[in-house]
Design a protein around this ligand. Structure first.
Ligand code: ADP
Ligand code: MG
Ligand code: MG
Length: 947
């Protein structure tokens, strides 16, 4: 048996791996191999697999026995290809040790460059390059990175604030620069750097109580160890949690021959995107720095230059792009980016380095992008053949994540208000959209303020992976340094956050928590506004305009494709004509839930509501209700008009009456008593009587209508009189009256009788006819179980998944906060069941409810309401179980539409996959039968769905 292959080599136009092997080689390693195979210049190297990472953690941080030998063989191959030798005193090879998980985790994991520089190899490299300054610069970078990554972080040392080894070394470098009277790192001489390296090593010895290793192999293995250790580092663990990346994946390690962008003015380094990741525009877009190593661009130490002329901003007109400075190399790079994009059929994020006039590619991956860019790119790539390829419409739909639409639906600064606002400064527009917030200067403060419900903007010189929790909590991120590919920009873009970077006129003092900007001094908590689309910053809060996706032609095209693809209808939850109109603009096809009690809290009405509640007799109650009737009727007229003939599901009164009166202060009780001509004691007695221990399981829902039929009667009358009035005016209406909280068919029958009686009376009195439906919410587990009986009477079901979740788990939605964090941390629950539906339990009840309901009424219309309806995962579930529609808040409507289309694509993909595996495996007859059954069921469901 041949030993397990732990190491995969790439270089010299060949590679052991390829792009399909991301799970084993990590994204970086797999793509380096693929680029090598495509004949793109890549420095040779090797990848240690993710399986070694898993082994390492399973075996007390030890490596498999064969690893050492396989690494040695690969180093020999590298030496041969590069014509230099690792650890050789005369002609040494240097390497980088790079991390690379399956998906990119920007800046989360560790990389060490220039590994192999020791007192043995330094003289040889100086003699060979005749560039003493370069060698000492490379060495000081190695010492800095290695001390930070390997000797401190990987060793698990947690330094006190401002005591971290990196910060101490940076301070030392700053001190030398000041002493030499220079500003830039590049102004330091060879002698300066050499002395600096010596002081670096002393600081390390003092601080970390260890010598900096002077052995090339020790350095390399230290780097490999650090990459594996960083997988379980605090930052990586936090990032994985936010992004939902499983721990089991592990990371790979790439060891690669170094190429140098810091060898003088014919050397350079840069980062680029094959299309603009912030706008989606099809222009090669990137940043570069002459005489620098890769990390300088990302770390934001120097502000990088634009890659080409066509992407220069106004302020960049004077600086030289790579296209102007090194035209031949730019042309070669442009050729490579075109090749990579058409090969991968998607926008690529690439890293390159130029060493003394020769171009090398160091990385390519599918680039992160914000929502606006994702939509534009997907639509343009599917609309015509560009760069030698074209994607399908289905691929385009699949490329946009439902949550990315959210960004497009976010507010923007009102241009008129913006003109009048006090302008503070301008930076690079890294994340579009507008945001207003109070400024804070640390990630911890951002998180703390955010937890208190404050809207904050995180202001930093630059951000680092340690800041992600605060960046997450902030409305927007603002940095003084860094470019469009800096850490802040990358992370903000991934989350669709408003972000401005490289705003050099900010003078930030994080210690005193003050910010000086163009003569204005701001302190923590002061309000600013950012326009992330333009990069402009203003004092105070500037008016925001609601999102206007309808002026985005790519969005419109995408949504027409989406609507053609999806089967599920999307409705909205709305109680006001304004919300209804907004939802229609977002593509809603009806109202799935209008909660009538929301109409009761208006100051003009609440008095009548309370009067109704304290009434002693049916007569009194009917009188109070009669006062409410015209208001409700007006509401329904407004909503019906806004919906213009689309179905409107109106839920009858649902909450316990105590909610309308229970919190009344003594003064208002007195006033109410006066108005009603009763004593305050009587009102207090009624409030006490309405008090319940478990109101969510108490006198609410249809139980109100059963006890007080006059309430149901008034609400039905308001609905139908509105319908009659509009029908007379030839406005189409389609009311669906929904009885809440039904658990037995008798409850439903009781309420249905009232509703139908009123409908007949109203039609007769008005002399018109209109269609209407009477249905129910399925939100009590018992209702799902006896759905066949209920469906004999009810014409539609709407799953009220909030209550259904509450009652199925027995978790009070209002009290889950007490234990949910512990449940999520302990992995007892995979997610908050009130946000994404519990498919295993609650989902089963839904499936049972639908099956049994349609068994007695095949054409039964079924939907879902509640915030679950706007959750992409839930929407897909609703599609699979054969619902007719989902209903969600207006702003979630486009998201639900896209998720519904994704559900169809996923179903198709699964069917295609099943088909091919059936063919190859020649399925057994029994298996075939079993497979045919659910398909038949689905056909019934589909038929019902069409109606
Ligand atoms: P990250 O995942 O944080 O981007 P990388 O492993 O890509 O980390 O490396 C960090 C920086 O170092 C990048 O700019 C990269 O281009 C550069 N780099 C990595 N390996 C080499 C190498 N062999 N030669 C030159 N530069 C390198
Ligand atoms: Mg990295
Ligand atoms: Mg990289």
């Amino acid at each position: 048996m041949s030993p397990t292959k732990h190491v995969y080599f790439f270089g010299g136009g060949k590679a052991d791996g390829d792009a399909t092997m991301k799970n084993l080689l990590g994204g970086k390693g797999a793509n380096l191999a693929e680029m090598g195979k495509l004949g793109i210049p890549v420095p040779p190297g090797f990848t240690i697999t993710t399986e070694v990472c898993t082994y390492y953690y399973a075996n007390k941080r030890k490596y498999p026995a064969e690893l050492d030998g396989q690494v040695k063989t690969s180093i020999a191959q590298m030496n041969k290809l590069m014509g230099v030798t690792f650890d050789d005193p005369k002609n040494p090879l240097l390497v980088s040790v790079r991390s690379g998980a399956r998906t990119s985790m920007p800046g989360m994991m560790e990389t060490v460059l220039n590994v192999g520089l020791t007192s043995k190899t330094i003289p040889g490299l100086i003699a060979k390059t005749q560039n003493e300054r370069f060698v000492w610069d490379a060495y000081r970078r190695l010492i800095m990175m290695y001390a930070d990554v390997v000797m401190e972080k990987a060793a698990g040392i947690e330094p006190a604030p401002h005591e971290g080894i990196r910060e101490l070394l940076e301070e030392e470098m700053h001190r030398v620069k000041v002493a030499r009277g220079v500003k830039m790192d590049t102004d330091l001489t060879a002698a300066d750097l050499k002395t600096l390296c010596e002081s670096f090593k002393k600081i390390i010895k003092k601080q970390l109580k260890k010598e900096f290793p002077d052995d090339a192999y020790e350095q390399m293995w230290g780097g490999i160890h650090a990459v594996f250790a960083s997988w379980m580092g605090k930052r990586a663990v936090a990032y994985r949690k936010i992004e939902g990346i499983p721990e089991e994946w592990g990371t790979a390690v790439n060891v690669q021959a170094m190429v140098f962008g810091n060898m003088g003015d014919t050397s350079a380094t840069g980062v680029a995107f094959t299309r603009n990741p912030a706008t989606g525009e099809n222009l090669f877009f990137g940043e570069w720095l002459p005489n620098a190593q890769g990390e300088d661009v990302v770390a934001g130490i120097r502000t990088p230059l634009p890659l080409n002329v066509s992407t220069k901003t106004e302020d960049q007109k004077a600086v030289k792009s790579l296209e102007e400075a090194m035209p031949a190399l730019y042309k070669q790079l442009n050729g490579i980016q075109l090749k990579l994009e058409s090969h991968y059929r998607d926008m690529q994020d690439i890293e390159f380095t130029i060493q003394e006039g020769k171009l090398y590619m160091l990385q390519t991956r599918v680039g992160k992008r914000n929502g606006t860019a994702a939509i534009r790119m997907a639509v343009e790539m599917a609309s015509k053949k560009e760069k030698g390829y074209q994607i399908t419409i289905e691929e385009a739909i699949g490329r946009v994540k439902p949550d990315q639409l959210d960004e497009l639906l976010h507010p923007m600064c009102d241009p008129i208000a913006e003109k009048k606002a006090k302008f503070l400064a301008k930076g690079l527009p890294a994340g579009p959209g507008g945001a207003t917030g109070a400024i804070v200067f640390s990630a911890d403060d951002a998180e703390a303020w955010g937890k208190k419900g404050k809207k904050v903007i995180l202001v930093r010189n630059e951000t680092s992976p340690e800041d992600v929790h605060g960046m997450r909590a902030a409305q927007a991120i603002l940095t003084a340094k860094g470019g469009m590919t800096s850490h802040a920009a990358l992370v903000a873009r991934g989350w669709g956050k408003c972000c401005i970077v490289g705003c050099s006129s900010l003078d930030i003092n994080a210690r005193t928590k003050t910010l000086n900007v163009n003569g204005v001094t701001l302190k923590e908590g002061d309000l600013i506004t950012m326009n992330g689309s333009k990069g402009t910053i203003y004092l105070g809060d500037v008016k925001m305009l609601p999102a206007d996706p309808d002026n985005n032609k790519w969005y419109k095209t995408l949504m027409t494709w989406v609507d053609k693809t999806r089967k599920l209808n999307v409705r909205t939850n709305a109680e006001s004509p304004e919300d209804a109109a907004q939802a229609i603009a977002f593509g809603a096809e009806g109202i799935g839930l209008a909660r009538t009690e929301h109409m009761f809290f208006d100051p003009k009405r609440i008095g009548f509501v309370r009067q109704m509640i304290v009434s002693d007799s049916v007569e009194e109650r009917t009188k109070a209700l009669a006062n409410l009737l015209p208001f409700q009727r007006e509401d329904f007229i407004g909503i019906f008009q806004a919906m213009a003939g689309k179905a409107v599901t109106i839920r009858l009164l649902d909450p316990p009456l105590h909610e309308f009166i229970g919190d009344l202060p003594a003064k208002e009780i007195d006033e109410l008593a006066k108005k009603l001509g009763v004593t305050p004691e009587k009102i207090k007695a009624r409030i006490a009587q309405l008090h319940e221990l478990n109101p969510m399981l108490g006198h609410r829902g249809c139980r109100l209508g059963v006890a007080y039929p006059e309430i149901t009667e008034m609400q039905a009358r308001a609905i139908f009189e509105a319908a009659a009035e509009l029908t007379k005016k030839k406005v189409k209406v389609l009311p669906e009256v929904m009885v809440p909280l039904v658990g037995t068919v008798k409850e439903f029958e009781n309420q249905e009788a009232i509703i139908r009686k009123v409908a007949a009376e109203v039609m007769k009195a008005a002399g018109v006819k209109f269609k209407y439906m009477v249905g129910t919410m399925i939100e009590i587990p018992r209702a799902a179980l006896v759905a066949n009986k209920i469906a004999e009477k009810a014409e539609f079901f709407s799953f009220g998944t909030n209550d259904l979740t509450q009652m199925t788990f027995g978790y009070s939605r209002d009290d889950i906060g007490g234990f949910l964090p512990a449940y999520l941390d302990g992995k007892i629950l995979p997610a908050d069941p009130f946000q994404t539906i519990d498919q295993e339990g609650v989902g089963q009840l839904i499936q049972i409810g639908i099956e049994r309901g349609r068994s007695s009424r095949p054409e039964l219309k079924v939907g879902i309401c509640g915030e679950h309806g706007g959750d992409a995962t839930t929407v897909k579930f609703c599609h699979r179980v054969g619902m007719n529609y989902v209903s969600c808040s207006p702003f979630r409507v486009p998201i639900a539409r896209l998720a519904a289309a994704h559900a169809v694509l996923e179903e198709k993909a699964a069917a295609a996959c099943c088909k091919s595996s059936c063919k190859t495996k020649a399925a057994k007859p029994a298996a075939k039968k079993a497979a045919a059954k659910p398909a038949a069921k689905k056909a019934v469901a589909k038929k019902a769905a069409k109606k």
